[in-house]
Design a protein around this ligand. Structure first.
Ligand SMILES: [Zn+2]
Length: 485
């Protein structure tokens, strides 16, 4: 049997059907078997490519028929010559005819003589469709560049439309645009009032912030090991799924502004406050200090509990405490933990200190893991005293107390795609752009439409500040310390 697939064009307003260019594909199955059921990958790709080529050429032809007359006087513009333009789409490269015309005589002056106009290249500043850009970036945000490119080439008739390095450049370009969009948003952020009534955010229940280190691409072996310090945060909402934001510390001018922009974009207004949960005073200082909206700070309960647990475990392994006494030492540590739970961090530190003093009388105690762990707990509590809260009360009210209930933001943004385990090395800039794209993809804010709006915003911004548009065909820069996945 043979299945013949034909293309025919029809007018929009009438039912007239024109005979098109005819046959698109002939699918032939010679034997009466189910061995080759349905279209093969190759047949599907070829069919889609032909449909796309036919549709795009017709669309361009149709569009061009509206461009042949002067906008001002309506006179027909004379034809100069014809070029061809290659458009990259999700279903392959399409080469279309792109005629060039002479400008109209009515626009001619002594100072501005007749010139050549090229309508198609003016209309299509980007020769790659947003859909292809979207697919490329979406997959490269999940998979290494090479795998993403290979996978797309396998399922779509891309025919050398995309390459490994092109995919990397795409992520860079889109990440840069997303980043610029955030910076523009920051410039427009309203200033929060210094005083006045502040109420709890009606929308965001809490934000958790954490950081991680990635290997820097310039870090060779031996000493001078450099790392990329990446921060990520995740907001939990009363309604709707959580959202993330991320940035490389070195690449942003103000971490607090990034946080405020993220919150403001997600509906937090200037007279609202949001609670931030993190695991260390250092993280609060680096990521939250100066924020206008993140007014409440809470030390992560999960990390407190982990430190207490480590201390309790080392009681069991300790040789200088006899089994009879172990229980009472363990109970003492548990009491200190519950004091912290009930918001009495100061008392908990005192209790640990008392226990520590009692144990110090024993020989060898100061060299034991128990000594180390008890001191870690009390130092941790003292350093973060101002971010300790009544965890029990919050928990009873159903408010979040820990950033680790679900997978933490930093794991979500970084793991798998950017993690150390994959032996990936990043530049600060490369990691920053990838983080922007990954955050947009994870937040489901990434679509062909978003790409189009980013492009429009960028070109509007260029026009406003008078920056020359980027060259369409960039030569790859060999010295560019780009990411090497
Ligand atoms: Zn004219």
């Amino acid at each position: 049997m043979r299945l013949i697939i034909e293309a025919r064009m029809a007018d929009e307003d009438s039912d007239t059907v024109h005979d098109g260019d005819g046959v698109l594909a002939v699918v032939e199955r010679r034997d009466c078997s189910l061995a080759h059921l349905g279209l093969t990958l190759a047949e599907g790709r070829s069919l889609l490519a032909k449909v796309q080529a036919g549709l795009v050429s017709k669309q361009v032809e149709w569009w061009f028929s509206g461009q042949t007359h002067c906008r001002r006087c309506g006179a027909a513009l004379s034809h100069k010559d014809s070029r061809s333009t290659v458009l990259r789409t999700v279903y392959g490269k399409v080469t279309v005819k792109s005629p060039r015309l002479w400008s109209c005589a009515c626009q001619q002056t002594a100072r501005a003589p007749r010139h050549v106009v090229h309508p198609l290249s003016k209309a299509l500043t980007n020769r790659t469709t947003p859909e292809l850009e979207y697919l490329q970036a979406e997959w490269a945000a999940h998979l290494p560049y090479r795998q993403a490119t290979a996978m797309l080439n396998e399922v779509l008739p891309l025919d050398k439309c995309i390459s490994f390095s092109g995919t990397r450049n795409r992520i860079h370009a889109l990440g840069k645009k997303l980043d610029a969009d955030i910076e523009r948003d920051i410039a427009k952020l309203p200033q929060a009032g210094a005083d006045g009534q502040v109420r709890k955010s009606s929308h965001v229940t809490s934000v958790s912030v954490d950081s991680a280190w990635l290997r820097h691409c310039d870090s060779g072996g031996g000493l001078g090991l450099r790392h990329v310090n990446i921060f990520a945060g995740r907001a939990m909402f009363k309604d709707g799924p959580p959202k993330v934001y991320a940035y490389v510390h070195k690449e942003v001018t103000s971490a607090a502004a990034r946080l405020d922009q993220f919150l403001s974009r997600n509906g937090v207004v200037t007279d609202e406050r949001v609670t931030v949960i993190s695991d260390d005073a250092g993280e609060f200082e680096k990521a939250v200090q100066g924020s206008q909206l993140a007014r409440n700070r809470i030390l992560d309960w999960f990390h407190i509990a982990m430190k207490f647990q480590a201390a309790q475990r080392s009681v069991f392994g300790s040789k200088m405490i006899d089994p009879m006494e172990r229980q009472s030492v363990e109970a003492e540590i548990t009491h200190a933990k519950w004091l912290v739970w009930h918001g009495k961090g100061g008392k908990a530190v005192q209790r640990i200190k008392a226990l520590d003093g009692r144990l110090l009388m024993r020989e060898g105690y100061e060299f034991s893991t128990l000594w180390w762990n008890l001191n870690t707990v009390s130092c941790y509590l003292r350093n973060n005293a101002h971010t300790l809260v009544n965890y029990g009360a919050r928990h009873r009210k159903g408010l979040p107390i820990s950033s680790s209930i679900a997978e933490s933001a930093v794991n979500q943004v970084i793991s798998h795609r950017m993690a150390k385990k994959r032996q990936m090395r990043w530049s600060d800039e490369g990691a920053q752009y990838m983080a922007q794209v990954r955050a947009a993809v994870l937040n489901r804010e990434f679509s062909p439409r978003r790409i189009l709006s980013l492009e429009m915003a960028a070109s509007h911004h260029r026009k406003c500040i008078g920056v020359a548009p980027p060259r369409r065909y960039r030569t790859p820069n060999k010295s560019d310390p780009a990411t090497i996945p």
